[in-house]
Design a protein around this ligand. Structure first.
Ligand code: TYD
Length: 134
């Protein structure tokens, strides 16, 4: 899997003077059914999250509030995305290493996931990741 497969997906926006509304339907606006939602919040300044890849899991990362950087790595090349809009998300395929940092104060990182949590799906060691993808 290449980092070039990992793209920003823009969600529908219903603009309204009372405030905007966006929505995400599994298998419609994103290419998988959503089995789990989790979110990072109260992230202290300078903290780094991620630092792993997944074997099977597909994910969409959304900056629901504030901003942060997501660096993706396929073992050959890297690309950094600055996420700061709640109407778009970064689609990350299995077999892609991700690091998340540069969190702004009050930021919320929400993740839509294709599977429930299982530690066996994680690759947390970078050398193991290189062996997995090469
Ligand atoms: P982890 O995925 O390593 O966090 P991040 O990539 O955001 O830095 O998860 C941190 C801890 O939380 C780890 O012990 C596993 C646990 N966890 C769950 O129990 N369920 C979940 O859905 C997630 C994402 C993590």
């Amino acid at each position: 899997m290449s980092i070039h497969n990992c793209q920003i997906i823009k969600f529908p926006i219903i603009s309204d003077p009372r405030g905007n509304l966006s929505f995400i339907e599994g298998n419609n606006h994103i290419p998988f059914a959503i089995k789990r939602v989790y979110y990072l919040y109260d992230v202290p300044g300078g903290a780094e999250r991620g630092g792993h890849a997944h074997k099977e899991l597909h994910q969409i990362i959304i900056a629901m509030s504030g901003s942060f950087d997501v660096t993706i790595d396929d073992g050959y090349s890297k690309k950094k995305f600055h996420l700061n809009r709640s109407y778009q998300g970064l689609y990350i395929f299995p077999g892609i290493w991700r690091d998340i940092d540069n969190f702004s104060g009050g930021s919320v990182c929400m993740v839509l996931a294709s599977e429930v949590y299982t530690e066996e799906d994680y690759i947390r060691n970078y050398d193991d990741f290189k062996k997995f993808v090469l």
